[in-house]
Write a protein that binds this ligand. Structure first.
Ligand code: AP5
Length: 220
């Protein structure tokens, strides 16, 4: 039995934060297209250079590239389920995901829509930093490290801010979200898959809400 969950929400909604918890608590595999693309850009390949330019502007990378990355991860995997974090982001990506999972005899079992208003998103994004070693996500005000400059989880001092976490790129990222990604809310609602969650609540409360959604899913 597999379970495939999509975390859908604007930049800063808390998708990555909650996905990491679900990996630990439910043994699912996190597939973050943002992380995959950041890996591609640091590889220095031609594709990586194109990706870096698009990401820094806050625009979406082409469907062809991201669907290719997801296909590679799904093919040959024996995971008991996936959390799709930041994918799909367009209707074409949603259709491609349905087809890829269908080819494996699987499906999208639930879509959690994380609802957060724009003012909170700006506060979250502009204060975010992450550990370059283990990926733990922090925030200057709401989740600082216990010891200045040192990751609480792994002790690394490689704490980073993302190149696209500035107000200018964020403006474009939000526009891209409302224009190209928010139509997925109706797409999955029509399929009976959509589960809205109040993403403005405390991290623990959001996690509890998401847990209730996952426990209530009917999975083949
Ligand atoms: P991606 O890396 O996916 O970024 P994003 O969607 O913009 O989302 P973020 O990672 O910024 O936010 P999040 O929702 O994960 O929030 P987090 O948990 O970190 O994509 C980056 C770029 O890659 C895109 O712009 C695009 O160019 C490209 N790309 C990626 N996927 C693509 C695709 N499928 N197609 C095309 N292009 C693609 O939390 C944020 C902050 O808030 C943290 O500091 C955290 O501590 C804090 N926080 C979290 N939850 C709470 C809470 N409940 N209360 C208070 N604070 C909280």
């Amino acid at each position: 039995m597999t379970v495939n969950i999509i975390l859908l929400g604007p930049p800063g909604a808390g998708k990555g934060t909650q996905a990491r918890r679900l990996v630990e608590e439910r043994g699912l595999v996190q597939l973050s297209t943002g992380d995959m693309l950041r890996e591609a850009r640091s590889s220095g390949t031609e594709m990586g250079k194109v990706v870096a330019e698009v990401m820094d502007k806050g625009q979406l990378v082409t469907d062809e590239i991201v669907v290719g990355l997801i296909r590679e991860k799904l093919e040959g995997s024996d995971a008991k389920g996936f959390i799709f974090d930041g994918f799909p982001r367009t209707l074409a990506q949603a259709d491609a995901l349905g087809a890829l999972l269908g080819g494996l005899g699987q499906q999208v079992d639930g879509v959690i829509e994380m609802q957060v208003d724009d003012a909170a998103l700006v506060r979250r994004i502009t204060g975010r930093f992450t550990c370059g070693n283990c990926g733990e996500v922090y925030h200057d005000e709401t989740k600082p490290t216990a010891k200045d400059g040192v990751c609480d989880v792994c002790g690394s001092t490689d704490l980073r801010r993302r190149a696209d976490d500035n107000e200018e790129s964020l403006k474009t990222r939000l526009l891209e979200y409302y224009k190209k990604t928010s139509p997925l809310i109706g797409y999955y609602y029509a399929k009976g898959n959509l589960h809205p969650v109040n993403g403005l609540a405390e991290v623990e409360a959001v996690a509890a809400d998401m847990g209730r959604v996952l426990d209530g899913l009917t999975v083949d």
